[in-house]
Write a protein that binds this ligand. Sequence first.
Ligand SMILES: Nc1ncnc2c1ncn2[C@@H]1O[C@H](COP(=O)(O)OP(=O)(O)O)[C@@H](O)[C@H]1O
Ligand SMILES: [Mg+2]
Length: 238
Amino acid sequence: MSEKLLEVKNLHVSYGAIKAIKGIDLYVNKGEVVTILGANGAGKTTTLRTISGLLKSSEGSITFDGKEITQVPAHDIVSLGMSHSPEGRRVFGTLSVEENLLMGAYTLKKHDKETLNWIYKILPRLQERKMQLAGTLSGGEQQMLAIGRAIMSKPKLLILDEPSLGLAPVLVKVIFKAIRDISESGVTVLLVEQNAKAALKLANRGYVLELGKITHEGSSEELLNSETIQEAYLGKKK
Ligand SMILES: Nc1ncnc2c1ncn2[C@@H]1O[C@H](COP(=O)(O)OP(=O)(O)O)[C@@H](O)[C@H]1O
Ligand SMILES: [Mg+2]
């Protein structure tokens, strides 16, 4: 049987009186790529931020690598091996590309040259620009940097929130290829994407979130072949 790395049960999250997440269950097995699809405002970012400890749930439980982490602060969750690349590529604009990457390794005792070189190998554009200030990178390059920084801590689980948002198609390809390389290196990935087709092609399984509830789940193949999903998320007409 496959081993669960992450398990979320009956999760509820509110912003004051607004109930954003209304009792969701999901899991990610070790080695999988799992995607969460859903329209704007469905609650995808809220779910990811709650898993990584940046928001607290009002009900439910989150278990990561065999540990209950529901009440664990975000910085301790990072040390347990979970890394979150947030929506909107927050890089440190006044630091160089390489300094940004090294910041990602702050939970490790020593800098890991091997990981840095591996990131430069899968995202060569970062190596070409390693001395450049991150604030002067293009949007796509900043997104590459945000992903690179998130894997510098050698996480067991990499959480990505809309990594391809607003990028030109050629850069979307580069980003998805990098996520595939990261996954093939053994890192488990939880991916939120607007680009449902590309996400399902990469993922093993997927969940569809609508207004804070999971309405569909299944293997990527099942979701790609579902008429409901095709109409709502893959832009196909009946
Ligand atoms: N900081 C916040 N304060 C109040 N409501 C919020 C906040 N962030 C998100 N929401 C609301 O929670 C719901 C889910 O938002 P979000 O998780 O960002 O969705 P998604 O990432 O799927 O677009 C939306 O209705 C949104 O307006
Ligand atoms: Mg979002």
